[in-house]
Design a protein around this ligand. Structure first.
Ligand code: ADQ
Length: 408
């Protein structure tokens, strides 16, 4: 007899625009933004769910979702024999010809998924963060509480906390107050420089979620947002608790990456997270075989180095050809080609980029299919970068959009 487990439907919210990642989100949804050479952001949450044994997953998409849909359909095909699936669900326009108003509306318009499957619990996770998490441990915690809603929480520096939902909880972990993106976030009693933030990851008991979504949909002053409207509803009904991410144990995690959770929603945060990946002892270890991050690796031959040069602290994907160059602290995506005497440092180079001989690329992000001609420079003179139409982040990272041939 098969072991009976509670029925769980996982919903991944993947409709975010990611405006602050422009131009990387010019023609792709934020969860489809490439990460770490071979991954896309959404692979992290999907790997966490799949590794936790939660393999019935609906991904709610909306904004520029073509490359996201394609990635999910090609990469995340699971065995239907055991009832496993990852399915992209585009905006349903079930309630008339309009797109989702907010993340709660996205789930409300997709209630048929919940009604059809009739799960005991619904896992609702964001799609844009980099972390490892055993979601089954959070599920057990939720089930044991008997409450309607559990929110995953993590300590963040108070100076950054106004970007998050901020939680105040009692000793029993019951949430007493939830402030969505407050201007002046409160510190913690034992650490005034830190605040307790929602990770945007929730688990609900089905009836409680369906009721809350109905109530929210009929509330005139709601923005139909999970963090802004639905979670406060549970808190007001004393029906929400927090799950402390520090209590989550993932096989193979080191002490260093145990607390790692990053929102890579800005160019500088995205660049920083990559610079961590290439450091000798990164905070986030991609090489943990006990909790793999799954993706589809492009079929390509091994990376090849020709002629003498140097390539240090650099992550090199398959299919790259590197000839006698000087590369330092860089992530090279598949099939990048770097020609003689080029210099590349602290950069993120995506699929099929060509960097010509004698070119210089410094603290830059080159999106797919960019060509840097022989002797051209990127990231060396920011005024010149801006004059050529490139984005320069507040932290001084130059971004060249997809398919551009860099002018001199
Ligand atoms: P934000 O990330 O700012 O804050 P939001 O922009 O709603 O909130 O994005 C949350 C997730 O929902 C993302 O994965 C995004 O792609 C997706 N999403 C947004 N709008 C959507 C829509 N209309 N349809 C489908 N998916 C959509 C949230 C919480 C905070 C919490 C942070 C943690 O609101 O309380 O602290 O996440 O990062």
């Amino acid at each position: 007899m098969a072991k009976t487990r509670p029925k769980v439907l996982s919903i991944v919210l993947a409709g975010g625009e990611g405006k602050r990642l422009m131009p990387l989100t010019m023609d792709r949804a934020k969860p489809a933004v490439p990460f770490g050479g071979t991954y896309r952001l959404i692979d992290f949450v999907l790997s966490n769910l799949a590794n936790s044994g939660l393999t019935q997953i609906a991904v709610l998409t909306q904004y520029k979702s073509h490359s996201l849909d394609r990635h999910i359909s090609i990469t995340w095909r699971m065995s239907t024999m055991l009832g496993s699936y990852v399915t992209p669900v585009p905006a349903q326009q079930r309630l008339g010809p309009r797109w989702y108003q907010g993340s709660a509306d996205a789930i409300y318009q997709s209630l048929n998924l919940i009604n059809d499957q009739s799960p005991d619990y619904v896992v609702v996770f964001g799609a844009d963060n980099i972390y490892r998490m055993d979601v089954d441990a959070m599920l057990q915690y939720h089930i044991d509480s008997g409450l309607g809603c559990t929110v995953a929480g993590i300590r963040v520096p108070r100076k950054d906390a106004s970007a998050f939902g901020i939680i105040d909880a009692g000793q029993d972990h019951k949430i007493t107050q939830f402030l969505e993106k407050p201007a002046d976030p409160p510190g913690l009693p034992d650490a005034p420089d830190e605040s307790f933030a929602s990770m945007g990851n929730y688990i609900f008991s089905r009836e409680a979620l369906v009721q809350a979504l109905h109530d929210d949909a009929h509330s005139a002053d709601s923005r139909h947002d999970m963090g802004g409207d639905v979670i406060p509803r549970f808190v007001n009904a004393a029906d929400a608790q927090v799950y402390d991410f520090r209590d989550n144990e993932v096989p193979g995690n080191t002490e260093k990456d145990a607390d790692y959770w990053r929102d890579v929603g800005t160019i500088d945060a995205y660049h920083d997270a990559h610079m961590d990946l290439v450091s000798v002892e990164p905070e986030f270890n991609l090489y943990n075989p006990d909790w793999p991050i799954w993706t589809m690796q492009e079929q390509a031959p091994g990376a090849k180095f020709v002629m003498r040069g140097s390539c240090d602290d650099t992550l090199v994907s398959a299919g790259c050809i590197i000839s006698g160059t000087d590369i330092y602290r860089t992530v090279l995506g598949p099939r990048a080609r770097i020609e003689r005497w080029a210099r590349v440092d602290e950069s993120i180079v995506m699929n099929n980029v060509t960097i010509g001989s004698n070119a210089t690329v410094h603290r830059a992000i080159l999106d797919k299919n960019v060509i840097v001609p022989d002797g051209a420079q990127v990231g060396v003179d920011h005024d010149h970068d801006r004059a050529r139409g490139f984005t320069v982040s507040p932290g001084g990272v130059t971004v060249v959009g997809k398919g551009i041939t860099v002018p001199y």
